[in-house]
Ligand binder design. Structure first.
Ligand code: ADP
Ligand code: ASP
Ligand code: MG
Length: 452
C-alpha cells in the first residue's frame, strides 16, 4: 500500500485533476490511498473571505464565495459534463457554498472570528476538492471512493494547528480506509482537515496536507509516502529565491526535516516525523513531470557536508539577560516553560552564562510571554529578522565548510549563529531583508549557479 498526496497545483483545475488521475492510474497496482489539497489558491481565498466578513465587509466576502462557487462548479462541468451523473455532485458542492455564505454572514454579525470558526471556513477547500477528485477519477475508470477526512484525521481541539491523535487515527484508518483498499478501490481523502473526537472540524495548520499524508501512511504502515507537487523534488534551495537550485535525488530524514522547519515549503515541517517512526520512505515528485526522478527521503543518504539551504523571513529574536542567571540551576528550564505555557515554539537558541537568545515565528502570542519573561531579567525583542539555514549531515564535522559559509556571508550583519546539537544545521540570523541575498551567496558558494 502507498499514500500519494497531491498539492493544490496538482488539483488546480480540470486539466490538473485529469493529469493527477493518470498518475493514480499508474499506481493502481500499489494499492494507493490518495490525499488531496484544496484547488490551488482556495484556502487563501477562504481565509480572506472570513477576514473580510468579520471585519464587516460582507459584500466583498460574499463576492469571493461566489467566485469560488463558480470555479468549483465550472471544474465539475469540465470534468463530468452537464448530465445527470454530475447533478448530485453539483448540488452537494453548491450546498457547501450556501453553508459557507451563511458562515460569512454569521462572522459579519459577530464582528470577529474565533479559531474554531476559521477552521470551519478553512476546511471547506479540501472538503470540496476530495469529492470532485474522486468523481473525476471514477469517470476516468479508476474506482474511487471519497472519505470525509473528519472520520479519519482525529485531532485535539487546538483549532488552527490541531494535534493529531495517532492511536485514534490508526483505528479510524483501519476502519474506514483499509477496507476500501482491500476491495480494490481507491480512497480519496482531503488533507489538512480533521475533527475532534466529538466531531468538531479542525485543521492541522497551513500546508498541512503533507502531514495528513504522512499520518495516514504511518497509521496504515504503507510502503511509501509520495508527495506530488509543482517542482521536481526537494531542491538545494527555494527555486523562487535562488536561480539554478538543483534537484536533491536522495536526502536523509533529519536533513529534510531541518529544511522543512527552516522554510522549505515543499514539505510541511511535521511531515517527516510519522515516516521516521515507521521508517517509511518519502518521495517528492512533480505532477507536471511524472517521469522525472524526484527526491527520495530515507534514514540514510550518500554523505555530504552541505545538502541544501533554506530561509525563513519574519522571525522575531527574543533576548533574556540577567547577571543573576549566572550559575543558577533551572534558569533555562524556567525560561523555556514560559514559551511552553504560552504555546510558542522556539526555533533557534544560543546561550551564554548570563543570557539566552532565541527565535520565534509567532509574534501574536509573544506579548504575554514577554511580561512573564521580565521576571528573569531584561528582555529585548528584535523584529525584522530572518533565518538562513545551511543543512547537511556532515556539516558539524567540517570546520572548513563552516568557515567557508561565514566567509561567503561577508560583511552581512549576523545577529545570532547556532550549530544544531546534531551538527546538521548551521543557522544564521540576519536582517529580514537580507535572507534572500544571503541564501543566494551561500548557494553560489556551495552549489555554484547564479550570482546575486
Ligand atoms: P503544494 O501545493 O503541492 O503543497 P507548495 O507550494 O506547498 O506545494 O510547495 C511547493 C513549493 O515549495 C515549490 O513550488 C517551491 O517554490 C517551494 N520550495 C521552497 N523551498 C523549496 C526547496 N528547497 N525545494 C523545492 N521546493 C521548494
Ligand atoms: N490547503 C491547505 C493550505 O493551503 C493545506 C495544503 O494545501 O497542504 O494550507
Ligand atoms: Mg504544501
Amino acid at each position: 500500500m502507498i499514500v500519494a498526496k497531491f498539492g493544490g497545483t496538482s488539483v488546480a483545475d480540470a486539466a490538473a485533476i485529469r493529469r493527477t488521475g493518470e498518475i493514480v492510474r499508474g499506481r493502481l497496482g500499489r494499492a494507493p490511498v490518495i490525499v488531496v489539497s484544496a484547488l490551488a489558491g482556495t484556502t487563501n481565498a477562504l481565509l480572506e473571505a472570513a477576514e473580510e466578513a468579520s471585519a464587516g465587509h460582507l459584500v466583498s466576502a460574499l463576492e469571493r464565495v461566489e467566485q469560488l462557487r463558480e470555479r468549483h462548479l465550472q471544474t465539475i462541468v469540465e470534468l463530468l459534463g452537464n448530465g445527470a451523473e454530475a447533478d448530485d455532485l453539483r448540488q452537494e458542492t453548491s450546498m457547501m457554498f450556501d453553508e459557507l455564505a451563511h458562515l460569512a454572514e454569521a462572522l459579519s454579525v459577530l464582528g470577529f472570528a474565533t479559531p474554531r470558526s476559521m477552521d470551519a471556513v478553512a476546511s471547506m477547500g479540501e472538503r470540496l476538492s476530495a469529492p470532485i477528485c474522486a468523481a473525476a477519477f471514477s469517470r476516468m475508470g479508476i474506482p474511487s471512493v471519497v472519505v470525509d477526512s473528519r472520520r479519519v484525521m482525529i485531532t485535539d481541539d487546538d483549532f488552527g494547528r490541531a494535534a493529531p491523535q495517532p492511536a485514534a487515527i490508526a483505528d479510524a484508518c483501519r476502519e474506514y480506509l483499509a477496507p476500501i483498499v482491500a476491495s480494490g478501490q481507491v480512497p480519496v481523502v482531503g488533507g489538512f482537515v480533521g475533527a475532534t473526537s466529538a466531531g468538531i472540524t479542525t485543521t492541522l495548520g497551513r500546508g498541512g496536507s503533507d502531514y495528513s499524508a504522512a499520518l495516514f501512511g504511518a497509521a496504515l504502515d504503507v510502503d511509501a509516502i509520495e508527495i506530488w507537487t509543482d517542482v521536481d523534488g526537494m531542491l538545494t534551495a527555494d527555486p523562487r529565491v535562488v536561480q539554478g537550485a538543483q534537484l536533491i535525488e536522495h536526502i536523509r530524514f533529519d536533513e529534510a526535516a531541518e529544511l522543512a522547519s527552516f522554510g522549505a515549503k515543499v514539505l510541511h515541517p511535521s511531515t517527516i516525523a510519522p515516516a521516521v517512526d515507521r521508517d517509511i520512505p518519502v518521495y517528492v515528485f512533480n505532477s507536471m513531470r511524472p517521469q522525472a526522478v524526484g527526491t527520495r527521503i530515507t534514514c540514510d543518504a550518500p554523505p555530504c557536508t552541505v545538502r541544501a539551504i533554506a530561509g525563513k523571513r519574519g522571525v522575531v529574536v527574543v533576548r533574556v539577560g540577567s547577571p543573576q542567571m549566572l550559575g543558577t540551576p533551572g534558569a533555562l528550564r524556567a525560561i523555556f516553560e514560559v514559551f511552553d505555557r504560552n504555546r510558542i515554539s522556539v526555533d533557534v537558541v544560543a546561550t551564554s552564562e548570563v543570557s539566552v537568545s532565541l527565535t520565534v515565528d509567532d509574534d501574536a502570542a509573544l506579548g504575554k510571554a514577554v511580561d512573564e519573561l521580565r521576571r528573569f531579567g531584561e528582555v529585548s525583542i528584535e523584529r525584522d529578522r530572518g533565518i538562513v539555514a545551511l543543512v547537511g549531515a556532515g556539516l558539524g564535522g567540517s570546520s572548513p565548510s563552516m568557515a567557508r559559509a561565514l566567509r561567503a556571508v561577508g560583511d552581512e550583519r549576523l545577529h545570532m549563529v547556532s550549530l544544531s546539537s546534531t551538527g546538521i544545521n548551521l543557522t544564521l540570523i540576519v536582517d529580514d531583508a537580507k535572507v534572500h541575498p544571503v541564501m543566494r551567496l551561500l548557494h553560489q558558494e556551495f552549489f555554484g549557479g547564479a550570482a546575486v
